[in-house]
Design a protein around this ligand. Structure first.
Ligand code: AMP
Ligand code: MG
Length: 423
């Protein structure tokens, strides 16, 4: 596939059937054409939240930097402790986090130490304070201790010289903290992906307009904006385009100029597709598929100039489902994440009976909740028509019914995919 320069070469594959494209196959086809961004920019570490590292991060320090105590207690030489029975030590001083003990620890001496305090030279073991009895500058410690207990060693978390992150790592809160723990205040991240999007349809009205009979408000431009913004790309809203060949042609040309990726909704279903097809055949190299899935059957994918193009179905639920199932991963790859992890599946008991014909993957909208016995159960949101956007809002998961599955009786185990965490 890598050798194919044109998306249209896919059509020569022996098992290629644009009218019944399995979900997995469509993903695979798309994947073969994705070339990630390469340009990087330097950012202050906090500004890198949600971005993708464009260079490896190597530590020049040990974390922690010193051997230190994991407990509040007393640091001693293990050899000075009796194996069984108590030992009494003189208290030589104190080691607080950030204020090490400076003196020498003689045989038979202990140092009062706090969590994070540097281990005094010569000491190798910490006894927690709850086990100690201190009085008059002396401390009595029990036997039965273990050499090295309650000590955290320099480099336990990260060793000096270690590659901590590779390029392609998404920066989440934990990564921000790790980078800061290395004393690094600036990082290289890939530039933001530019994603232009527009809606098509004569029936659509922008949110500040008023509806004439037969018209509806354009909601896809809002769901798509939201999904893009959460992914951390740079969304470019190209507005609402009439079903007019000249207007659509110039919108495509402009979008492909301005962005790495162009996403449209509407205009790819049967009936409308022919007219968009002709236009796109002129401007680029685009395939039109009927995916074996519900909702979200029509999907167009290809290249317009150097931009990737995703033509999503117009139905509001279909547009969201196809975005999550095809566009999200593709954008992550383009953003520089080499191998986006598949969304985790959870097993749950489905309390609703679901009618389904084998031969297509279904993404029903579900409400997942923990039953009294702690077992996860899921029910469908109600009307599963692809125009019922409230089903996406009520849902906290997709109920994923694979190709081969038929009707699902109430009480069956199903796979669910959580909506939160999709980013
Ligand atoms: P289409 O894919 O253009 O045939 O549209 C399929 C259905 O989705 C029709 O009922 C459209 O009115 C509706 N639709 C298309 N685009 C949008 C949009 N941007 N916002 C809300 N509904 C839409
Ligand atoms: Mg339309």
């Amino acid at each position: 596939m890598d050798a194919a320069k044109h998306v249209s070469a896919i059509a020569a594959d022996s098992d290629y059937d644009p009218n019944s494209m399995p979900v997995a196959k469509a993903r695979e086809y798309i994947r073969a054409f994705l070339a990630p961004v390469t340009a990087v920019e330097r950012l202050h570490v906090r500004a890198a939240l949600g971005r993708v590292l464009g260079a490896e991060i190597r530590s020049s320090v040990n974390v922690p930097a010193h051997d230190n105590s994991a407990m509040d207690g007393y640091a001693v030489r293990f050899a000075d402790l009796k194996a069984d029975g108590e030992s009494t030590f003189g208290i030589a001083g104190t080691s607080l986090a950030g204020k090490p003990f400076q003196g020498r620890v003689a045989a038979g001496e202990a140092v009062r130490i706090m969590t994070g305090g540097v281990m005094p030279a010569g000491c190798d073991t910490v006894i927690m304070q709850e086990r100690a009895r201190a009085a008059d500058g002396r401390v009595t410690l029990p036997g039965g201790q273990r050499l090295g207990q309650n000590v955290r060693y320099a480099g336990d978390d990260i060793r000096a010289g270690q590659v901590v992150f590779k390029p392609g790592q998404i920066v989440r809160p934990a990564e921000l903290g790790m980078i800061a723990s290395l004393g690094i205040g600036e990082v290289s991240v890939y530039r933001k992906l530019r994603v232009a999007f527009f809606s098509t349809g004569d029936e659509l009205v922008p949110v500040d307009g008023s509806l004439e009979p037969g018209q509806i408000y354009d909601s896809n431009r809002y769901t798509i904006y939201g999904m893009l913004a959460r992914l951390g790309v740079d969304p470019i809203d190209m507005g609402l385009i009439r079903d007019d060949p000249a207007a659509i042609e110039s919108a495509f040309a402009q979008a492909a100029q301005a962005a790495d990726v162009v996403i449209t909704s509407g205009g790819v279903s049967v009936g409308e597709a022919d007219f968009v097809k002709q236009l796109l055949a002129k401007l680029g190299d685009v395939l039109f598929w009927k995916i074996a899935m519900k909702p979200g059957r029509p999907l167009a994918y290809g290249k317009i100039g150097s931009a990737h193009f995703f033509g999503l179905p117009g139905n509001p639920v279909s547009a969201m489902v196809t975005f999550y199932q095809f566009v999200r991963d593709a954008l992550l790859v383009l953003m520089g994440v080499p191998d986006p992890q598949p969304l985790p599946l959870l097993k749950a008991i489905c309390t609703s009976a679901i009618k389904k014909a084998p031969g297509r993957t279904e993404f029903q909208r579900g409400i997942l909740s923990a039953g009294d016995d702690g077992q996860w159960t899921v029910r469908v949101t109600g009307d599963q028509s692809s125009g019922i956007l409230s089903s996406m809002s009520q849902a906290n998961c997709f109920i994923l019914l694979p190709d081969a599955q038929g009707n699902t009786p109430a009480g069956a185990m199903v796979d669910v995919q959580l909506l939160e965490g999709l980013i």
